[in-house]
Design a binder for this molecule. Structure first.
Ligand code: 8ID
Ligand code: ZN
Length: 338
């Protein structure tokens, strides 16, 4: 089968023929129709993080398609089902995290397109217990970004604790941020969107942002403090240390700063301001299967619409170059249709 493969960190991906995965007990084979390109895939291909992915690697954790084979022991998924294979490829199901609705913290988890091969290929195998069905209302291309960008930002907004009628700031209006703005509005929040790209701020406005600010032109935390007295929560999806610092500064007393973006850097936190302001700083990693089902329901109901540009798998290196340059509005989805 055809796949885009990382053979070495920081090198171009090779479009090459590899074997179709063999499925075992409890697994299914998915014929991939589309796969969103997340900035995490770029971090994986560059070996950016302390824990490295396997090599060679087929990236992709927004792979969606049709089930073509089911392994022994699989009872709730059948051939022909439309499913997506998210970042949480599998978890142990037995540890304190799995048992308490925090499966994304499982220490034995496997991750699609990182510790196991993902969706940048014609076929991908999956653990039947961790795939989620795609609602009929959504095309494959529309659904793909919900499997990471959607569920991740929906969950981060829940974690922020921001209530309807309160303010949230979304730092970074890329693949994640453009859906974050929509989930926040659908959840009744007032939204300030922050990005360096004017076209991204324009998109944020079209998607319902109440205020937008460009840190290249104005200090975002001062802009936000002047208009909202500080946001109740900030969700940082930008791949940039200054954005994390500005987000921290833009939160009002008692507010929450949710870290989502994963630049390989440290974030200096002023202890005094954190203590006196009662500020919470919290990391949020993707979402559970339940979060994902809910995130898909928002999309199926038309409350969240992924803004997508479809490109063939063969264009992946150009897509990564554009991602590095901040030259993508919304999400690029790789098509694997015949
Ligand atoms: O579960 C998680 N925590 C999770 C899930 C998925 C993705 C975390 N991530 C991480 C990715 O690994 C990546 O580090 O979230 C980050 C964003 O992923 P993405 O949305 O897929 O990336 P993108 O489409 O390139 O968007 C990034 C946006 O940030 C803006 C860019 O202009 C772009 O729109 N940005 C940057 I770079 N610097 C900025 C700044 N200083 C900024 N926006 C505001 N201020
Ligand atoms: Zn992702």
């Amino acid at each position: 089968m055809k796949a885009a493969v990382v053979n070495e960190f920081k090198q171009s991906l090779a479009i090459q023929e590899i074997d179709v995965p063999q499925i075992k007990h409890g697994e299914v084979l998915v014929k991939i129709k589309a796969c969103g390109v997340c900035h995490t895939d770029l971090h994986a291909a560059h070996g950016d993080w302390p824990v490295k992915p396997k090599l060679p690697l087929v990236p992709g954790h927004e792979g969606v398609g049709i089930v073509t084979e089911v392994g022994e022991g699989v009872t709730h998924i059948k051939i022909g089902d439309r499913v997506g294979v998210p970042w949480l490829y599998s978890a142990c199901g037995q540890c304190e995290y799995c048992l308490s609705g925090k499966e994304t913290l499982c220490e034995s988890q496997q991750n699609s397109g990182y510790s196991v091969d993902g969706g940048y290929a014609e076929y991908c195998k999956a653990d039947a217990n961790y795939i989620v069905k795609i609602p009929d209302q959504l095309t494959y291309e529309e659904a793909a970004p919900i499997f990471c960008a959607g569920v991740t930002t929906y969950k981060a907004l829940k974690v922020s604790g921001v209530k309807p009628g309160e303010w949230v700031a979304i730092y970074g209006v890329g693949g994640l941020g453009h859906v974050a703005v929509q989930y926040a509005k659908a959840m009744g929040m007032n939204v300030v969107a922050v990005d360096l790209g004017e076209e991204k701020l324009q998109l944020a406005k079209e998607l319902g942002a109440d205020l937008v600010v460009n840190p290249g032109e104005e200090d975002p935390d001062q802009f936000i403090k002047a208009r909202t007295n500080g946001v109740h929560g900030a969700v940082v999806t930008a791949v940039s240390k200054p954005a994390f610092q500005a987000a921290f500064q833009s939160v009002r007393r008692g507010g929450t700063c949710v870290l989502v973006g994963l630049p390989p850097e440290e974030m200096p936190i002023p202890i005094f301001d954190t203590v006196l302001g009662g500020i919470s700083i919290i990391g949020s990693i993707v979402g559970t299967r339940k979060d994902l089902q809910e995130a898909l329901e928002f999309a199926a109901a038309g409350k969240v619409k992924t803004i997508i540009e479809v490109q063939p798998l063969e264009k992946i290196n150009e897509v990564f170059d554009r991602m590095v340059n901040g030259d993508i509005n919304g999400r690029i989805v790789l098509s694997l249709e015949d």
